[in-house]
Write a protein that binds this ligand. Structure first.
Ligand SMILES: *[C@@H]1O[C@H](CO)[C@@H](O)[C@H](O)[C@H]1NC(C)=O
Ligand SMILES: *[C@@H]1O[C@H](CO)[C@@H](O)[C@H](O)[C@H]1NC(C)=O
Ligand SMILES: *[C@@H]1O[C@H](CO)[C@@H](O)[C@H](O)[C@H]1NC(C)=O
Ligand SMILES: *[C@@H]1O[C@H](CO)[C@@H](O)[C@H](O)[C@H]1NC(C)=O
Length: 664
C-alpha cells in the first residue's frame, strides 16, 4: 500500500468520526461518543512520535492542531446538546422559585449553580482557545491544560468532585441525602404549577445538566493530558487511565442516584388557579343546566290553580302565564324541577341581558337574601304572592330551571382528539375549550424523534360542529348534560410501560361523561411509533360496581372565582362529580358548577414526552371549583443508566424491553 492510499484511508477514518460526534441527542449517547472520540484522539497522538531526540516545533504544532480540532468537534457536540437541555436551567429555575428558601437546600443550590458555572466558563475558555490556537502562545494552552488536571482543589478535577459529592454525598449517614432528594422533599405545589414541569421532569433536567457537566469535564481533562504529552511533559497514559476510571465511577453513581430519585418523583402536571380568573380566557361555564327560577304556582299546573304547595312540583314545566304577573318578564322554556317555598314576597334584581344569569340577587321580605344583595343597576322588581278568591294562596316558588338546549351551553363533544400517529406525532399538550356551544378536548402534537426527543408542533384543529347542524347526533357526536345525566368521571390514566400518549376522548358510560386516553407503543431508541398496536385505555368502573366509583360532593357551592385562596386539587382517581346549580344563599343558584378550566396545559417548552392524562377537580369546601385536565409526563427512570466510557470502542445495546401491559 502506498503512502497516498494510507493518507486517504486515514482521512476517511476522520470523516467517519466527524459524523458520529455530531449526532448526539441525549447525554447518554453524547457520553458514549465523547468517550470514543477521546480514545480515537489518544490513538492519533500515539502514532510514531519521536520524543527522544527533542521534538521539532512543526511536529508539535501539527499534533496540537489535530488534537484541538478533535476537541473542537467534541465541544461543538456538547454545545449543541446543551442548547437543548438549557444548561443550568433546572438549578437556576429552582433558585428563582425560591425553593428551599432560607434552609440548607438553598445554600446547596447556590453552590451547585456556582460549580456548574465555573465548569461552564472553563469550557467556554477552552472553546475559544481551540478557535484561536494560531494566535495563542503555547504557554497559554499549557497553563490551561495544567489547571484542567491539577490536584489543586480549586482546579477542574476538584470542581468535578464537589459537584459529584452533592449528588452522591460521601458520608451518607452524616450528611444525609442527595441534593436530588432534597429538592423533591422541598417542592411546593404552587412552585410546580408556575414552572409547568412535573417533579420527575425537573429531576431529569437536573440529571442531564450534571451529566453534561461531567462529559465536559471529562473531555477537558483528557484533552489536557494529550496536550501535555505533546508538549513533552510526560507520557500520562496511566494518568489518563485514572481520569477515565474515576469518571466512569462518578457517572455510574450519579446515574443510580438519579434513577432512584426519578422512580420516586411524581409525574403529575396540571394548572393551578391563575392570578386572575377571566371568563373565556382561563375558564368557561356550563350554563342553564339547573338554574334558580322564580315561578308562581298558578303557572306550574295545567288547571291554573293554587291548590298545592311549592314542594308538590318536583318535575313540571310552565303551562301558562297569569296575566299581569312576573311571568310576563321571564320564562323557563325547559323543565322546572324541585320547587320550594321560601317566602311570600320579595325584591328581585334582574341580571343583564347578555349574562347567563337570570337574577343578580333576590331579597325576601323575611330578610333572607339569595346572592350578593346590593345595588341593582337595572332596577329591582317587587314580586308578591297573592290570594285567589281569598282562599287559595298563589305562592311564588323558587325552582330550578333546566332551560331548553337552544338557550343553554351544556354539550360536550364525543369526537376523538388524536395526534397524527402515522406521521409519528404524539400528544404534547391538552386543554378543554368551548367552541360555539360545545365543549371539546383539544390536544397539541409534536414529532417524536429518537431517544425521547420531541419537535414541538401546534394545537390540533378541533373537529368543530354545531349541535343544530343536520346529521349531528346526540349520543354520537355530543353529549347533552341533563338533570339525570350530568356526571363527569374524574380519572387519571397512565399508559403501560413503553407506551406514549397519542390521543384523548370523551365517551359515555351509562349516564356519565367518561374520559379515555389513547396509548401507543414506541421504540425509545428510534422513536418509531407502532400505530397498529395503539389502544384506548380507560377506567370503566361505575358507581354501581362492587367497589363503586365514589362521588365528589360539592357542599353548598359558591361560584369558584370568588374564592380568595387558590383552589387545590381535591379529586382522586376513580371519582366522579355532578354538574349542579350553585348555592341558593351564596349565588341564588344562578350558575352551574364546577366551572371548566380552559387554561392550556403544556409542559414547559411544549416538548416533553407524555404518557398519560386525566380529568381532575380543583376545589374547596363551599366552592364549586373547576374541572381541569391533567397530564402525566413520561417515566425516564428506566432510560437513565451509567455508560462507562469505552476502553475500546463497543456498540451500544438497546435499553428497550418489552414489558407486559400493566393495568392501571
Ligand atoms: C528520533 O529523532 C532522532 C533525532 O532527530 C533520530 O536520530 C532518531 O532516528 C529518531 N527515531 C525514530 C524512531 O524516528
Ligand atoms: C507510555 O507508557 C506506556 C506504559 O505506561 C507505554 O506502553 C507507552 O509506550 C508509553 N508511550 C510513550 C510515547 O512513551
Ligand atoms: C486503568 O487503571 C485501572 C485501575 O487503576 C486498571 O485496572 C486498568 O487495567 C488500567 N487500564 C489500562 C488500559 O491501563
Ligand atoms: C428498537 O429499535 C432498534 C433499532 O432499530 C432495535 O435494535 C431494537 O431492537 C428495537 N427495540 C424494540 C424493543 O423493538
Amino acid at each position: 500500500m502506498t503512502a497516498r492510499v494510507c493518507a486517504i484511508l486515514l482521512l476517511a477514518a476522520f470523516a467517519i468520526t466527524d459524523a458520529l460526534v455530531d449526532e448526539a441527542v441525549d447525554v447518554i449517547k453524547l457520553g458514549i461518543e465523547v468517550g470514543e472520540e477521546v480514545l480515537n484522539s489518544w490513538d492519533v497522538i500515539s502514532k510514531p512520535f519521536n520524543m527522544s531526540g527533542g521534538v521539532e516545533l512543526p511536529v508539535i504544532r501539527r499534533k496540537q492542531r489535530q488534537i484541538l480540532a478533535r476537541l473542537a468537534q467534541v465541544t461543538r457536540a456538547i454545545n449543541k446538546l446543551e442548547s437543548n437541555i438549557d444548561e443550568n436551567g433546572a438549578v437556576l429555575m429552582l433558585l428563582a422559585k425560591r425553593i428551599g428558601r432560607g434552609n440548607s437546600l438553598e445554600l446547596k443550590l447556590h453552590e451547585m449553580s456556582d460549580l456548574l458555572s465555573r465548569v461552564a466558563s472553563a469550557d467556554q475558555k477552552m472553546r475559544e482557545y481551540t478557535k484561536n490556537q494560531r494566535e495563542l502562545e503555547r504557554r497559554t494552552l499549557e497553563d490551561f491544560a495544567e489547571w484542567c488536571v491539577s490536584h489543586d482543589s480549586s482546579a477542574l478535577p476538584g470542581l468535578m468532585e464537589r459537584v459529584y459529592a452533592m449528588i452522591v454525598p460521601p458520608h451518607k449517614h452524616l450528611l444525609g441525602q442527595t441534593i436530588l432528594q432534597n429538592i423533591l422533599d422541598d417542592l411546593q405545589e404552587d412552585q410546580l404549577c408556575d414552572m409547568q414541569m412535573s417533579p420527575h421532569q425537573l429531576i431529569y433536567d437536573m440529571y442531564n445538566t450534571i451529566s453534561l457537566t461531567e462529559i465536559k469535564g471529562y473531555a477537558m481533562m483528557q484533552f489536557s493530558w494529550m496536550l501535555l504529552r505533546i508538549y513533552g511533559k510526560g507520557n500520562f497514559t496511566q494518568e489518563a487511565n485514572l481520569t477515565r476510571v474515576r469518571y466512569a465511577e462518578r457517572t455510574s453513581r450519579i446515574a443510580s442516584a438519579a434513577k432512584s430519585t426519578l422512580a420516586m418523583a411524581k409525574r403529575d402536571l396540571y394548572k393551578c388557579d391563575p392570578k386572575e380568573h377571566k371568563l373565556g380566557v382561563t375558564y368557561e361555564e356550563v350554563t342553564k343546566l339547573l338554574q334558580g327560577y322564580i315561578e308562581n304556582e298558578v303557572n306550574l299546573n295545567t288547571e291554573k290553580t293554587c291548590t298545592e304547595n311549592c314542594a308538590y312540583y318536583t318535575l313540571t314545566e310552565r303551562h301558562g302565564c297569569f296575566e299581569g304577573e312576573y311571568c310576563e318578564r321571564q320564562s323557563c322554556k325547559g323543565r322546572i324541577i324541585d320547587c320550594q317555598y321560601i317566602d311570600s314576597d320579595m325584591w328581585v334584581c334582574p341580571a343583564g341581558r347578555n349574562s347567563p344569569r337570570r337574577y343578580e340577587w333576590i331579597e325576601y321580605e323575611n330578610g333572607r337574601t339569595f346572592g350578593q344583595a346590593g345595588t341593582c343597576s337595572r332596577g329591582k322588581t317587587k314580586v308578591d304572592s297573592w290570594w285567589k278568591w281569598n282562599l287559595l294562596h298563589c305562592s311564588y316558588c323558587f325552582c330550578l330551571c333546566e332551560d331548553d338546549i337552544q338557550s343553554s351551553e351544556r354539550t360536550f363533544s364525543l369526537r376523538e382528539a388524536l395526534a397524527e400517529i402515522e406521521r409519528n406525532k404524539v400528544v404534547t399538550g391538552l386543554r378543554l375549550v368551548k367552541h360555539g356551544r360545545v365543549f371539546h378536548l383539544q390536544i397539541s402534537e409534536g414529532f417524536l424523534g429518537e431517544r425521547g426527543t420531541i419537535t414541538p408542533g401546534s394545537w390540533v384543529p378541533l373537529q368543530k360542529f354545531d349541535i343544530s347542524e343536520p346529521g349531528i347526533r346526540e349520543g354520537e357526536d355530543y353529549h347533552k348534560l341533563t338533570y339525570e345525566r350530568r356526571a363527569i368521571d374524574l380519572d387519571e390514566l397512565d399508559s403501560p410501560t413503553g407506551h406514549i400518549l397519542t390521543g384523548v376522548r370523551f365517551r359515555m358510560i351509562g349516564a356519565h361523561l367518561h374520559f379515555e386516553i389513547r396509548s401507543t407503543p414506541f421504540n425509545y431508541t428510534t422513536g418509531r411509533l407502532s400505530s397498529d398496536r395503539s389502544q384506548w385505555i380507560s377506567n370503566d368502573n361505575t358507581e354501581g360496581a362492587e367497589t363503586p366509583r365514589s362521588r365528589l360532593a360539592l357542599l353548598r357551592p359558591d361560584v369558584p372565582t370568588r374564592s380568595a385562596a387558590p383552589l387545590p386539587v381535591d379529586s382522586r382517581h376513580d371519582q366522579y362529580v355532578e354538574f349542579v346549580n350553585s348555592d341558593f344563599d351564596a349565588d341564588a343558584a344562578q350558575s352551574t358548577v364546577p366551572f371548566v378550566d380552559v387554561q392550556p396545559l403544556e409542559p414547559m417548552r411544549g416538548a416533553a414526552l407524555l404518557s398519560g392524562a386525566g380529568i381532575i377537580h380543583r376545589g374547596a369546601r363551599g366552592y364549586g371549583g373547576f374541572i381541569a385536565p391533567k397530564l402525566f409526563t413520561y417515566d425516564y427512570s428506566r432510560h437513565v443508566r451509567a455508560q462507562p466510557p469505552p476502553d475500546n470502542i463497543q456498540e451500544e445495546e438497546s435499553p428497550d424491553v418489552n414489558l407486559p401491559l400493566n393495568n392501571f
